[in-house]
Design a protein around this ligand. Structure first.
Ligand SMILES: Cc1cc2nc3c(=O)[nH]c(=O)nc-3n(C[C@H](O)[C@H](O)[C@H](O)COP(=O)(O)OP(=O)(O)OC[C@H]3O[C@@H](n4cnc5c(N)ncnc54)[C@H](O)[C@@H]3O)c2cc1C
Length: 492
């Protein structure tokens, strides 16, 4: 490969702060908010695009799954705050089983929600699960408002691209970034890499993995698009009454696009529908894979619309293209190989950790979606200090990453990273020496239930003990006997 020698030069220091968060997806945004609420007064949140939310708002991700298990809401904190705030500001901007319905076996309610993925438990007895669908643009506004409320503590730099960490003797000291104003530097005591692709930890010298397994859900990229004018009531009824025709229609859509995905069917209350496609085996940190995803999606949209109008006019005759997502949806590329690497064993054996920062019910069926403990070490890079890495590039192996890079887990690890950074600043410690007990207590104050914490309602522990963490499901038993079985339980 040809090279070009870039001459050394002095870069202007744009700003200095205690905590610099790079990337304002759901993980980075939560990290900045949580750090501010934990008392840190000098935070910068840097984002390459002009809005927060990353994948969630930028690629029309529409649903947050499995916030509850059996009768209790395990995933709370900033995740539930999103929905509280949206409902207060714009009633009806979220939908799905409500908090008070969690665990109910009410047939009418289950019938109402059953066509919405993840709203009813997969195992018997069937019960309602808190999974929330929401209005993306309203969330985009709300995320800005959350930052504005903390503007005395958080300075937001949109349109700024973090390009290189500044590392001295294995300690991160800041980040070089690019913007319309040129190349500049921000100095920071703690840096949170929330870029989703490990843009910073990969250059800082921290060990990391590439996504090597093409079978995983995480190697799919997606450019979502949205249509209006769909008769969604008719569509729902038709899908159930004509399953063969619906299957054929989808097969033809996949043939037209050359991708896997479906015809427009992810309905929103306003009659709009979302369309997701899957470009398999793509690395979302590669220019070519990103470019191909965008161009290959756009080139087939008109054909799909025309075909659907003819194939099912009752549902689609008035359908029109409303919008195409502003960015490609990214699931995984580089993954941190942190001080702890999450693996399917954590689900099959319900591993307990001293440094648990989130206790989450997840989409994994091995343990019947029972809560698992996520340790601080899963966001803590090896070798490098004062750098944390929450979000979809969290330290997890190539199987369990599919259960760890969902929105709740990105927010949960982001919120914990923010609190940990604030505690490091207050105590004057590095990220490897953080007082984890203080971190856990602050997280509990921030409405995050954690195991074995005396201030968390005993009902949580009693519930998981009663059901033995879902450890004795047939799937968990099989998976424990033969680890190869784990691979079968990836979520498609
Ligand atoms: C099509 C699709 C459907 C999905 N469906 C669901 C679902 O239904 N439910 C669910 O829970 N999860 C779903 N997911 C997964 C989930 O949305 C993501 O894993 C999660 O939102 C990732 O959050 P994050 O903050 O870690 O990363 P991202 O959302 O990728 O955020 C990273 C942020 O950092 C910014 N950034 C990146 N690099 C830099 C840089 N160098 N400098 C500055 N800024 C930078 C990006 O612009 C972005 O805003 C889906 C994902 C996709 C792609």
């Amino acid at each position: 490969m040809k090279t070009y020698h870039e001459p050394a030069c002095d870069l202007p220091v744009y700003d200095e702060c205690d905590v610099l968060v790079v990337g304002s997806g759901c993980a980075g945004h939560s990290a900045a908010v949580a750090a501010a609420r934990a008392g840190c007064k000098n935070i910068i949140l840097m984002e390459r695009y002009g809005y927060s939310g990353g994948d969630v708002t930028g690629d029309y991700v529409l649903m947050v799954p499995k916030l509850s298990w059996k009768t209790l809401p395990f995933v709370r904190g900033i995740q539930e705050e999103w929905f509280d705030r949206m409902e207060k500001a714009v009633p009806g901007s979220t939908w799905g089983p409500r908090m008070e319905d969690i665990g109910k076996q009410d047939k009418a309610l289950m019938f109402r929600w059953q066509h919405k993925m993840d709203t009813v438990s997969p195992s018997e007895p069937k019960m309602l699960v808190r999974s929330v669908y929401f209005d993306g643009p309203q969330l985009e506004i709300e995320l800005d408002l959350m930052l504005l409320e903390l503007k005395d503590r958080i300075r937001v730099l949109y349109h700024s691209w973090g390009t290189k960490p500044i590392v001295e003797k294995n300690v991160v000291k800041g980040v070089i970034f690019e913007s319309k104003e040129g190349r500049k530097v921000i100095l920071a005591k703690v840096v949170i890499d929330a870029t989703g692709d490990g843009d910073l930890f990969s250059q800082a010298g921290a060990p990391f993995e590439h996504l090597s397994d093409g079978q995983t859900r995480s190697t799919n990229t997606t450019l979502a698009w949205r249509v209006g004018g769909v008769n969604t009531d008719y569509l729902l009824e038709w899908r159930y009454s004509h399953p063969e025709e619906w299957k054929q229609l989808n097969a033809k859509v996949n043939e037209i696009t050359g991708l896997s995905g479906s015809a427009p069917c992810w309905d929103e209350p306003n009659g709009n529908c979302l369309v997701f496609n899957r470009h398999s085996n793509k690395d979302c940190a590669k220019i070519k894979d990103l470019t191909d995803t965008e161009i290959d999606t756009r080139k087939s949209i008109r054909q799909v619309i025309e075909y659907c109008k003819q194939a099912c006019p009752g549902a689609y005759k008035d359908m029109y293209l409303l919008s195409i997502a502003p960015q490609t949806g990214l699931r995984c590329s580089r993954r941190l190989k942190g001080e702890y690497v999450m693996s399917p064993s954590d689900w099959a054996f319900a591993t307990k950790h001293e440094d648990t920062i989130a206790w989450h019910s997840t989409i994994c069926r091995i343990n019947d979606c029972a809560p698992i403990e996520i340790p601080y070490r899963a966001i803590l890079p090896q070798k490098i200090d004062n750098l944390l890495a929450p979000g979809r590039h969290v330290s997890a192996d190539e199987v369990s990453i599919d259960w760890m890079n969902l929105i709740p887990q990105c927010i949960g690890t982001g919120q914990a990273a923010g609190v940990a950074a604030a505690v490091c600043i207050k105590d004057g410690t590095g990220t490897h020496d953080v007082n984890i007990k203080t971190v856990q207590d602050i997280l509990v104050d921030q409405n995050v239930p954690l195991p074995r914490n005396p201030r968390v309602d005993k009902a949580y522990t009693e519930l998981v003990e009663e059901y033995q963490y879902g450890l004795y499901t047939e799937l968990a038993k099989k998976a424990r006997e033969n680890p190869e079985e784990f691979k079968k339980y990836r979520q498609g």
